[in-house]
Design a protein around this ligand. Structure first.
Ligand code: FAD
Length: 310
């Protein structure tokens, strides 16, 4: 039996585990893949106090830091269900896909999210070589170059406005016949002379030279003609999907599937907290995930010391 079981081994989960173990309580981590999205990240230049690093290197440091404490890390394990305690202060059951189940007095859900992909040829090959998902992270790598933003919703148009201040030119490609972003964002984007917007555009292929992105092909859905753009970067902004499907029906989620949390990370279930990209907190970043992991662990500790064990 754990005092606190963390589900997820990304920056939010690692931070939760360290904060928890430092309280001297029995802490465990169940992670499908320790490191999470950071494993897939090349350059990281906004993890404050570390000027530049790479994802796998940061994951090694996270792992070493967690292993410095008495934390039971169960890597390569997926959680399929969590069951609320029957009575207040009772044990929460966490069921794994391998059939095992774990019991804990409190839990932190830190299962992160994944960017929705275009699923077109070239996207995987050039991921991190021009195909990017995070303008806050990778925008500065394209200083003075031409990029495209795929998606004309709020995140796409916000990305275009953000990138327009850094890069030479931004082309927004929207599949639909009109943008879906809020009018105020559309007006702002249209007022910037280095943003152009193409609607009815279905991206069909990422083009590259073997080393990095050189452009893309898109189908003009009106004329049914394939057109080409020369680009150094492609920012895919067609949605961030939280890894919370397994919580449906137990933990309260918002319309986007994000876990609804209070400022100390509480969910609707007593003793169950949440942190990082899986939650409804705005702005999905490593430093934010770590901060919310710390809050959730302190919140859970507060719960444990105030709730009599049954
Ligand atoms: P994640 O990192 O997504 O980790 C989730 C964890 O939960 C993983 O261990 C996963 O295996 C596990 N998990 C999921 N479901 C289950 C389950 N059912 N059972 C058990 N375990 C489960 N941010 C920056 O600040 N700077 C950057 O430069 C930057 N660049 C990025 C580049 C890329 C390509 C990507 C994809 C993201 C980037 N980000 C960057 C965003 C950053 O990686 C995320 O905000 C951060 O990793 C979120 O941390 P997290 O712990 O909430 O979730």
């Amino acid at each position: 039996t754990f005092d606190l079981l963390v589900i997820g081994g990304g920056p939010a989960g690692a931070s939760s585990a360290i904060y928890s173990a430092r309280k001297g309580i029995k802490t465990g981590v169940v992670a499908d893949r320790f490191g999470g999205q950071v494993q897939d990240t090349m350059a990281i230049e906004n993890f404050i106090s570390v000027k530049a690093t790479e994802g796998p290197k940061l994951v090694q440091s996270l792992e070493a830091h967690v292993n410095d404490y008495d934390v039971d890390v169960m890597n390569g394990q997926r959680v399929k269900n969590i069951i609320e305690a029957e009575v207040n202060g009772g044990l929460i059951t966490v069921e794994l896909e391998n059939g095992a189940s774990l019991q804990t007095r409190s839990a932190i859900l830190a299962t992160g999210a994944r960017w929705r992909e275009m699923n077109v040829p070239g996207e995987q090959e050039y991921r991190g070589k021009g195909v990017a998902y995070c303008p806050h992270c990778d925008g500065p790598l394209f200083k003075g170059k031409s990029v495209a933003v795929i998606g004309g919703g709020n995140s796409g148009i916000e990305a275009a406005i953000d990138l327009a201040g850094i890069v030479e030119h931004v082309t927004v490609l929207e599949f639909d016949s009109k943008l879906r972003a809020d009018a105020v964002l559309q007006d702002k984007a249209r007022s910037m002379d280095n943003i152009s917007i193409i609607v009815n555009a279905q991206t069909t292929e990422v083009l590259g030279n073997g080393k990095h992105v050189t452009g893309l092909n898109y189908l003009c859905r009106e004329s049914q003609q394939t057109k080409q753009l020369a680009l150094a970067g492609i920012f895919v902004q067609i949605g961030l999907v939280p890894n919370t499907q397994f919580l449906q029906g137990t933990v309260a989620l918002n319309q986007r599937g994000e876990i609804i949390t209070t400022s100390s990370g509480e969910t609707n279930i007593p003793g169950v907290y949440a942190a990082g990209d899986a939650t409804d907190s705005p702005y999905k970043q490593i430093i934010i995930a770590m901060g919310s992991g710390a809050s959730a662990a302190l919140g859970a500790f507060d719960y444990l010391i105030r709730t009599p064990e049954v």
